[in-house]
Design a binder for this molecule. Structure first.
Ligand code: FAD
Ligand code: NAD
Length: 474
């Protein structure tokens, strides 16, 4: 008899929902996580602390922008210790809640690091160093991901941080270099810029957020150009050298030409945010039959089963996109499969949200992907300048885009840039998953005045007659 029927290894937004779902099915389940409390990267050092700080940043920016409407506030006084305390309290509230939910559901929670001895045995090492073995019928691996730091940028100096270091909010550096213009670089850059840092972003590709449709990125880029000290595209950080007066960064690229190439700039702190890698080594997977792809992700099928009959894998360790809600969805698919339900991981639309100001969100097919696939699509862009709600918010730079199949009018993708885009995208996800056509959304009454009307009007636009956008008949 194994010690437990199911082990979930890793207590992030993949692992703990898997354990909860299993308990709800009546499966005997043990959740093993090596953190102080469950919650994983997302709750402790990812989604939640970053969004708390981004909320503070938004408040600072809005207060300063209100001067244009005749409301002036004094410059904010930042009590960094109190801000850090508030952020930590938000995290504590949520992670404590998960511990409580484990108890109420009868999920056995073990704080330990797991190491596979074989496909049905884990060696558990407690924080105190005690070792014991745990045998199981099945294990769901949900060990997440880790920051990827390229060799030349590995510097042993506390001023050179990854996202975890930056979220600790050690201080507000005068000059902050952000390496990588992706999700983390832009979100944390936004936080530090609002708190008062001069933020320089260095991105090696020709544009911020590579892969995202440019019409969505452009309004964000224009605003970040104002918030940040500099954004260098097509540029690489070749070397970081710690010194008494800061970290010297040697940059090479096409901008700014007048500084020579490579050029050297000095910063008080550096945040490296150039991507994450799956956490699939160092815990004994080689003692199982699990197979990895060439990037280190665990190979899984549509039910999240690995090539080892006793092991499933979900979340960041099981492939892109490395997003919390994708991990949670996979948890339900994997546990459903174990419980004999006809589940499969087969989404049409996974939402992605960059919580900058403006927010940027998309789901389903993008125009960039359609072009790469040579697929014919129809897109309609509804400009927020024509939205009553956007005007009342003083935020008319936004854009809502719907992408449809030109033959069937079926919605395939949606993109939004503007405040609240992260909430708006849910309607697009639901429409796409339900196989809605442009007409379904256009003929659904949306409350006025709301930003959600921009989705209805984009759908109307696909049908050729958006109320607030005049297009000459072809
Ligand atoms: P994780 O959350 O990484 O959890 C894995 C857990 O397993 C960890 O607790 C780890 O310590 C534990 N573990 C690993 N190995 C072992 C072992 N051998 N034994 C025991 N325990 C082990 N995603 C979003 O969707 N929205 C966001 O806004 C967002 N913001 C982010 C901001 C930042 C700064 C970062 C870094 C990430 C962000 N993400 C966001 C991504 C999100 O955090 C991840 O996609 C998500 O946490 C993945 O969940 P997971 O369950 O796969 O793994
Ligand atoms: P990312 O993949 O989003 O962005 C990394 C960026 O760094 C890319 O633009 C890439 O071109 C650039 N880059 C790579 N090497 C470079 C180099 N040597 N010099 C300069 N630029 C370089 O990765 P991230 O920002 O580290 O975030 C990791 C992952 O975490 C994301 O992909 C996402 O899955 C997740 N995340 C999600 C959210 C969210 O959902 N809001 C927020 C943060 C993180």
């Amino acid at each position: 008899m194994p010690d437990t029927t199911l082990v979930v290894l890793g207590g992030g937004p993949g692992g703990y929902p898997a354990a909860f779902a299993a308990a709800d099915y009546g499966i005997d389940v043990t959740l093993v996580d090596d953190g102080v409390k469950p919650g994983g990267v997302c709750l402790h050092r990812g989604c939640i602390p970053s969004k708390a700080l981004l909320h503070a940043a938004r408040l600072i920016n809005e207060a300063s922008e209100a001067a244009e409407w005749g409301i002036s506030f004094k410059s904010p006084e930042i009590d960094i210790e109190k801000l850090r305390g508030w952020k930590d309290a938000v995290v504590g509230q949520l992670t404590g809640g998960i511990e409580g939910l484990c108890k109420s559901r009868g999920v056995k929670l073990i704080k330990a690091r797991g190491h596979f001895i074989d496909s049905q045995t884990l060696e558990l090492k407690s924080p105190e160093g005690e070792r014991k073995r745990l045998t199981f019928e099945t294990c769901i691996i949900a060990t997440g991901s880790l920051p990827a730091i390229p060799g030349p940028l590995k510097v042993d100096d506390e001023r050179v941080m990854d996202s975890t270091g930056a979220l600790e909010l050690p201080d507000v550096p005068g000059r902050l270099l952000v390496v990588g213009g992706g999700y983390i670089g832009l979100e944390m850059g936004t936080v530090y810029a609002a708190l008062g840092s001069d933020v320089t972003v260095v991105e090696m590709t020709p544009g911020l957020l590579p892969g995202v449709d440019r019409d969505l990125v452009n309004p964000l880029k224009r605003r970040l150009d104002e918030q940040f000290e500099a954004i260098y595209l097509n540029t690489k950080v070749e070397k970081l050298t710690p010194g008494k007066d800061g970290i010297q960064a040697e940059l090479s690229g096409e901008e700014p030409r007048d500084l020579g190439n490579p050029w050297v700039l000095t910063f008080d702190r550096v945040l490296i945010a150039v991507g994450r890698r799956p956490n699939s080594s160092g815990f004994g997977l080689e003692n199982t039959k699990v197979e990895l792809d060439d990037r280190g992700f665990i190979n899984v099928d549509e039910k999240r089963r690995t090539s080892d009959p006793h092991l499933l894998a979900i979340g960041d360790v099981a492939g892109e996109p490395m997003l919390a809600h994708k991990a949670t969805h996979e948890a339900k698919v994997a546990v459903g499969a174990l419980a004999g339900e006809p589940t499969a991981f087969d989404p049409y639309a996974i939402p992605a949200v960059v919580f900058t100001d403006p927010e940027l969100a998309w789901c389903g097919l993008t125009e960039t992907e359609a072009k790469a696939e040579g697929r014919k699509v129809e897109a309609f862009r509804f400009p927020w300048a024509a939205s009553g709600r956007a005007q009342t918010l003083g935020r008319t730079e936004g854009l809502t885009k719907l992408i449809a199949d030109p033959e069937t009018e079926r919605l395939l993708g949606m993109g939004v840039v503007g405040p609240g885009a992260g909430e708006l995208i849910a309607e697009g996800v639901l429409a796409i998953e339900m196989g809605a056509r442009a007409r379904d959304v256009a003929e659904t009454i949306h409350a006025h005045p709301t930003l959600s009307e921009t989705i209805m009007e984009a759908a109307e636009g696909l049908l050729g007659h958006a109320t607030h956008v005049y297009r000459k008949k072809r």
